[in-house]
Design a binder for this molecule. Structure first.
Ligand SMILES: *[C@@H]1O[C@H](CO)[C@@H](O)[C@H](O)[C@H]1NC(C)=O
Ligand SMILES: *[C@@H]1O[C@H](CO)[C@@H](O)[C@H](O)[C@H]1NC(C)=O
Ligand SMILES: *[C@@H]1O[C@H](CO)[C@@H](O)[C@H](O)[C@H]1NC(C)=O
Ligand SMILES: *[C@@H]1O[C@H](CO)[C@@H](O)[C@H](O)[C@H]1NC(C)=O
Ligand SMILES: *[C@@H]1O[C@H](CO)[C@@H](O)[C@H](O)[C@H]1NC(C)=O
Ligand SMILES: *[C@@H]1O[C@H](CO)[C@@H](O)[C@H](O)[C@H]1NC(C)=O
Ligand SMILES: CC(=O)N[C@H]1CO[C@H](CO)[C@@H](O)[C@@H]1O
Length: 330
């Protein structure tokens, strides 16, 4: 329910290009990438972590749409890219069902497999679950985790040359939701000043990921700030929540500042920030309006697909009644 309200606002920016119903025509028997009808279709390109990743048939299971950081899995061929399907099922996202980019695009929303190019709004999602900004600052969660600064390299090196041929970039939107792992992984550091440290990380996001996308011709950018990680199940019962509200505020302020600077320095750029933090705190403060009854904990058996059918057998409420899906996801 909460997700749907978040989408209500976001859909204004994400879907404005959706004047085209071209993708509702039957799928051609042989895909022709040079077919000019694809020029009319808006593209949404996403980068980030588990909040944003979608499962792909050519992805790392439960972590990515395509590939991984392991040798031999970082590059991919045009054929792999174009035949890769978004998988929608209980493990297809980190939320036990469709996530925000799938709701906003309508791409991959239905159970089963979807080719991005069959969508009325195409979703090309290079987010990798567990990603931090860069190995320069924080260690990988796994040796296969693709950091954000490498997600954009991966996109620009192997996807862009294939996809851009039929893309009207003035209708494309590039979305970033990152920092969720960074702020948690760094929360116990004692040798940094957090405002300075967050600034450095966000500087890296803009220098190494946002600017290269702009240089490749993209002009529309959306940045989401941090969810209320100070109010996770573990943090609400802690006397010293980590990250705390102050830390989240430092990150958010830095992100907003960097977005404004980026837009001011580039007159052709439309840079939008969405205050996910404010919206989601609003949901936590008024859960009933969203059909949510439990904001302080989550169903311990959340990962068991049987919970969807029989929550009571697991001592749980229906999963939609919880704000938190697990220790860190909604
Ligand atoms: C979801 O789909 C993936 C890829 O087809 C599959 O490996 C996985 O087992 C499925 N998960 C569930 C819960 O059905
Ligand atoms: C990645 O980590 C796994 C598990 O720790 C290990 O078995 C594997 O050899 C590692 N792969 C590389 C390329 O380092
Ligand atoms: C990831 O990005 C960093 C920073 O640009 C770079 O040093 C590193 O070589 C990249 N990794 C790969 C596998 O290309
Ligand atoms: C701070 O400490 C961490 C963990 O001990 C270390 O990896 C990192 O290099 C240190 N950072 C600075 C700026 O000294
Ligand atoms: C949160 O932690 C930071 C960094 O340790 C500290 O400066 C700040 O006072 C804390 N904020 C709250 C509300 O406890
Ligand atoms: C929230 O859900 C957890 C896990 O199902 C449960 O243990 C807890 O009692 C619930 N809290 C409230 C206030 O309903
Ligand atoms: C600029 C901005 O979006 N700031 C938000 C960051 O986080 C704080 C604390 O959680 C919010 O109150 C701000 O709205």
């Amino acid at each position: 329910m909460a997700t749907r309200r978040l989408l209500h606002f976001l859909s204004a920016v994400f879907l404005t290009g959706r004047l085209v119903q071209a993708a509702h025509v039957p799928k051609p028997p042989h895909f022709d990438w040079d077919d000019t009808k694809y020029l009319l279709v808006p593209y949404r390109i996403a980068f980030g972590d588990s909040y944003t990743f979608v499962q792909g048939t050519a992805g790392y299971p439960t972590f990515s749409f395509i590939g991984s950081y392991l040798p031999g899995q970082f590059a991919f061929s045009p054929r792999t890219l174009l035949s890769n399907r978004i998988v929608q099922n209980f493990t297809g996202t980190a939320e036990g069902g469709p996530n925000w980019v799938e709701y906003l695009t309508g791409c991959g929303l239905e159970p089963g497999e979807t080719l991005p190019r069959d969508c009325a709004v195409q979703l090309w999602d290079f987010a990798f679950a567990g990603a931090d900004v860069s190995l320069e600052y924080l260690p990988q969660h796994h040796n296969f985790t693709v950091p954000l600064v490498n997600q954009t390299q991966q996109y620009l090196t192997w996807a862009e040359p294939v996809i851009e041929k039929n893309m009207d970039k003035s209708k494309a939107l590039v979305a970033f939701w990152i920092g969720i792992n960074d702020i948690s992984d760094s929360s116990k550091l004692t040798n940094v000043s957090f405002p300075t440290y967050y600034n450095r990380l966000i500087e890296a996001v803009f220098t190494q990921s946002v600017r290269p996308m702009h240089e490749a011709g993209y002009k529309n950018f959306l940045f989401l700030n941090l969810p209320p990680l100070d109010r996770t199940a573990a943090n609400v019962v802690s006397e010293t929540p980590l990250p705390n509200k102050t830390m989240i505020g430092w990150w958010n302020d830095s992100l907003a500042k960097h977005s404004d600077i980026f837009a001011a320095e580039n007159k052709d750029v439309k840079a939008m920030t969405y205050n996910a933090n404010q919206f989601l705190n609003g949901v936590l403060d008024d859960p009933q309006s969203y059909g949510i009854t439990n904001t302080t904990s989550y169903c311990l058996d959340y990962a068991d697909p049987d919970v969807q059918e029989h929550p009571e057998l697991h001592g749980c409420l229906p999963l939609d009644s919880y704000f938190w899906y697990n220790s860190g996801h909604m």
